[in-house]
Design a protein around this ligand. Structure first.
Ligand SMILES: Nc1ncnc2c1ncn2[C@@H]1O[C@H](COP(=O)(O)OP(=O)(O)OP(=O)(O)O)[C@@H](O)[C@H]1O
Length: 945
């Protein structure tokens, strides 16, 4: 594709933007202006979803000054078309392509019919099917949620739906370790991109997770992110960060060259230039994983925090992910919430007081939560809640509405989502295996005590501890005993990991790899891949604390903790590498520890007090803080008080677990997963997926476009491009063989197979391409039918709505395509109800092209008059459609305005402009909907025989 300023292009994926004009061509980025909706889009030139709009001789065009002309000749000059066209009176005019009307309808069915550009009957059927399916999907209520290669898990689907529907969502996804935050974020990104709410996304991750995210986004969501780092940008030659100031200004912004970019937090934090470039690049959505690294204290914010704060200030949508939101204390937690919603979280003291009051509110709310959601509360039931409610109860005052109102006004409201393992079924069991080993003489008594005693090897010479610390020999023997099973070993320090791995590899002959923060991203991925490899891979991966964070190792069932961390959240993170969705076996946690050392004390405290090895503990950090003083004392000077400490901890843990169980955080849980709503969403997704309808559709699609289909197995097909393909480029089709399935379970089990859903790019883009282009919009056939004399004309016409509006208004859900079919005789009688589309498909016969062309020419005026009648009938159906769409859109926006208005009463930092934005949208949406049309999408001329 060659782009020249002034050319006219239409977007496959967003045809409603109207006819675009190229306004800027940079090296690899092109900018298209869509005057009809006053919007601009930037695309990476190499994969822009655009089609050049070209008119041919005999076709009608409309100019900006609303002149209707017929083209007589087309010339090309420097990549731009010049049309010589004439009006009704034969007056010739020269029209540059930049003068074409942006609201223009492209190659209409009638234009094609009368210029003898006729389609095959199956193309017409494909177009009608596409309209029907697209309409069905627009109304499914789960648009954007069915395209992922994942199991449909209630808590994830619920969050994805809640978050993704929002315009520019700003939330903290804080599910406990391993519950699938990456998957939730992927679903949100997918939905936002699919619905057009976002088009440019930036992922910022710890270096160790870059590759894992890249792979997860590609294989689960068909999202192709590009990794950006200094090495790539310098290699690309897109810029030179060390160059002179003026040169820097002259080079293009590399972040504008791709739509989906992924980079690591260090790379962004360290470079003010990159931060500026990102800020200028117009991203819609920023996703930051392991967000607990963004430390903040009132007196000092970390460089990472400051960096993300700047980005979050200009990027409208922000998702922060962390399994341990309070790992660094309430201040950092507050600060991260403030990144998301500075108006809601504006004062740390107020926030701390609110959190304390939240407990009391939870107790008041408890009895109400036992009632069915639609229960309308009496005044007496409402009375205890009055102090917590600002403003009147909205809507009917049902339990569900009340809970929503309270969530908005209290606690972390709609900003925080946190699911716990307790709420999710089917997690595997954990089995603890402790190994008490005699303390060696290489360590003095002092060295084995206190916090340092947890990792005495850190103070010792490597040669000495590798040969003298009994945990090393034990490790070697345990691994040999477990061979060939895969084992993950985690220790606190990178040096220990490296030394251990070297020992295992070189001295014990065990295939192993090390994984720690000192390795480059590529080296880490190589190590993880070596460990993952089933046949020739490593038996053991030795990880340091930071190195293992967030990684997926659930294919292994043995975890060896070479030492224990003091922070229970870190212990949970370690176990979470194996204890995550997809783990099919009981997890065996092996802990070697030295007798009479701090290690033994901590082991006992964790196993008998917190009971955390076998049961994940969401409040471990709080329990630790409660007993930190005594625990540290025992680590240093153990005495008989240890037994009391352990039993006190066990009692306190039980109390905390009980109070959690009794619903201390029920509001947050409800906010994070409403099971009924989730079940309803899953049922809707399953219904919308309709794999059989998709199979039928795909068969027709591939036939029409001459794509070769070969049987692979009962669940899969092999696709192959052919020389005869209808269009040069079929979106998403690869040059080599492509094995595809529409069976979700099969797709989940076979990574090498593409899982095709209605939202897979190959299917979704093909549907958009068909509807925004001319495929199948005009055809001719004969039809044997009783009751109508041979040679009679029947016109099957299908209309669909078209509403040119910015995608962010989300008008598709209020005004879906609504295919409207008529089957009219020359006199205008409509037989649509009596003779269905399928009946005609079964009986219609092909007509030779020459015969069809001659026939059409002979009855052109009859056809034109029937189309006029059809247009008139369609026009009568339009007002009702528009009215209902306007009503729906108004209700949706008014609810948002009411919510913000209520919130503003408790939180003066909600700006008037924010509310005004939604209020304005009500009229903007109504205006756009008011201009919607019912457009003729396809015509089939039928001559009876
Ligand atoms: N719906 C799903 N279907 C299939 N696999 C899933 C699903 N959800 C999660 N998984 C798998 O479970 C594992 C954990 O998911 P993920 O990495 O998203 O969790 P996380 O909450 O981000 O973990 P952490 O807290 O460690 O960062 C991954 O291997 C992921 O692929």
């Amino acid at each position: 594709m060659e782009f020249v300023v002034g050319q006219r292009w239409v977007s496959h994926t967003e045809a409603q933007l109207g006819l675009g004009v190229v306004s800027e061509v940079a090296d690899r980025l092109i900018t298209i202006n869509f005057p009809a909706v006053e919007e601009e889009r930037s695309y990476a030139a190499k994969n822009a979803p655009l089609s050049r709009v070209t008119y041919k001789e005999g076709e009608s065009i409309r100019t900006i000054d609303e002149k209707q002309l017929v083209i007589e000749e087309v010339l090309e000059n420097n990549g731009l078309y010049i049309y010589f066209a004439a009006d009704d009176s034969g007056m010739q005019q020269i029209v540059q392509e930049s003068q074409l009307d942006c609201f223009v309808q492209f190659t209409s069915p009638a234009q094609r019919l009368f210029s003898s550009q006729l389609d095959r009957g199956d193309s017409f059927r494909l177009r009608v099917k596409t309209l029907d399916q697209k309409h069905r999907l627009q109304q499914s209520g789960v648009t954007g949620l069915m395209g992922s290669r994942t199991n449909l898990l209630a808590h994830q689907i619920y969050i994805a739906n809640e978050v993704a529907q929002r315009f520019a969502p700003r939330v903290l996804l804080a599910d406990e370790v391993g519950l699938g935050k990456t998957i939730e974020a992927g679903m949100v990104i997918h939905q936002q991109l699919h619905t057009g709410l976002a088009s440019r996304v930036l992922l910022v991750l710890p270096p160790s997770l870059v590759h894992q995210w890249l792979v997860e986004m590609r294989r689960r969501f068909n999202l192709n992110f590009s990794i950006f780092n200094e090495a790539r940008l310098l290699l690309d030659g897109t810029d030179d960060p060390f160059g002179e100031e003026e040169e820097k200004d002259a080079v293009e912004n590399p972040f504008e060259t791709e739509q989906l970019i992924l980079c690591d937090l260090d790379f962004v934090t360290k470079s003010p230039l990159r931060q500026e470039q990102i800020k200028a690049a117009g991203f819609d959505l920023l996703v930051v994983d392991e967000a607990h690294h963004l430390e903040w204290a009132p007196e000092k914010a970390s460089p990472e925090y400051q960096c993300i704060e700047q980005l979050a200030d200009v990027i409208p949508g922000v998702l922060l992910l962390t399994a341990t939101p309070e790992q660094l204390g309430i201040e950092s937690h507050f600060a991260r919430l403030r990144l998301l919603d500075p108006s809601r979280f504006h004062d740390l003291d107020v926030f701390c007081k609110e959190e304390a009051g939240y407990q009391a509110l939870n107790e008041v709310v408890q009895p109400l939560l036992a009632l069915p959601e639609d229960t309308v509360l009496t005044d007496a039931q409402l009375a205890p809640l009055k102090p917590y409610l600002s403003g009147a109860v909205q809507g009917t005052g049902s339990v569900s509405q009340l809970v929503r109102q309270l969530l908005d006004q209290h606690g972390t409201g709609r900003v925080l989502f946190r699911n716990t393992r307790a709420a999710i079924p089917d997690f595997p069991e954990r089995l603890l295996l402790g190994y008490s080993l005699p303390a060696p003489s290489i360590y003095s008594d002092d060295e084995l005590r206190g916090v340092e005693g947890l990792t005495p090897e850190a103070q010792s010479d490597e040669l000495i501890w590798l040969s003298g610390d009994p945990r090393v020999k034990w490790l070697e023997e345990k691994l040999k005993e477990l061979k060939p099973e895969k084992v993950l070993v985690i220790c606190a320090n990178a040096e220990t990991a490296v030394a251990l791995e070297g020992y295992l590899q070189l001295r014990a002959g065990i295939r192993s790899a090390a994984f720690y923060e000192g390795l480059s991203v590529i080296e880490r991925d190589r190590a993880a891949a070596y460990f993952t490899d089933e046949e020739n891979g490593a038996q053991v991966l030795v990880c340091s604390e930071i190195g293992s964070e967030g990684r997926n190792f659930q294919f292994s069932q043995h975890l060896i903790l070479f030492d224990l961390p003091l922070n229970p959240d870190l212990l949970e993170q370690r176990i979470g590498r194996l204890d995550r969705i997809g783990q099919k076996n009981t997890i065996k946690i092996h802990v070697p520890y030295l007798e009479d050392s701090a290690q033994e004390t901590l082991f006992q405290w964790y196993s008998e007090g917190l009971n955390q090895f076998t049961h994940s503990c969401a409040v471990g950090k709080a329990i630790y803080e409660n007993f930190a003083g005594e625990l540290h004392e025992q680590l240093t000077h153990p005495d008989e008080a240890l037994a009391d400490l352990i039993s006190d901890t066990a009692r306190y843990t039980q109390e905390m677990r009980d109070s959690l169980e009794q619903g201390r955080d029920r509001l947050l849980e409800i906010n994070s997963c409403n099971k009924d709503v989730a079940a309803d969403l899953i049922a809707k997704i399953e219904a919308a997926e309709a794999p059989e309808a998709l199979d039928d559709y795909l068969e027709l699609l591939f036939d029409c476009f001459n794509i070769d289909q070969e049987y692979h197995s009962q669940q899969a097909l092999i696709l192959r491009p052919t020389e005869q393909m209808l269009s040069d480029v079929f979106p998403g089709l690869r040059d080599d063989d492509m094995t595809v399935t529409t069976d979700r379970l099969f797709g989940l089990s076979r990574e090498d197979v593409d899982f095709l859903s209605w939202e897979h790019p190959l299917v979704a883009d093909a549907m958009d391409m068909i509807l925004s282009g001319e495929t199948g919009n005009a055809t001719v056939a004969t039809l044997a039918i009783k009751g109508l004399p041979p040679g009679s004309l029947l016109l099957e016409v299908i209309y669909g709505t078209r509403c040119i509006a910015p995608k962010s208004l989300q008008l598709e859900s209020c005004l879906p395509l609504t295919p409207t079919r008529m089957l009219l005789t020359a006199k205008g009688t409509d037989y649509a109800e009596k003779i269905t589309h399928d009946m005609i498909n079964g009986r219609a016969e092909r007509v030779k092209k020459a015969t069809a062309q001659a026939g059409i020419a002979a009855i052109r005026s009859d056809i034109e008059s029937v189309i006029e009648k059809a247009d008139a009938l369609a026009a009568t159906r339009l007002p009702a459609l528009i009215e209902s769409a306007q009503k729906q859109s108004r209700e949706r926006l008014e609810t948002e305005v009411a919510r913000l208005t209520a919130l503003q009463k408790v939180n003066p930092a909600i700006r008037d402009e924010e509310i005004a934005h939604f209020t304005d949208q009500i009229s903007v949406a109504e205006e756009h909907l008011g201009r919607a049309i019912l457009e003729l999408q396809a015509v089939r001329v039928l001559i009876t025989t």
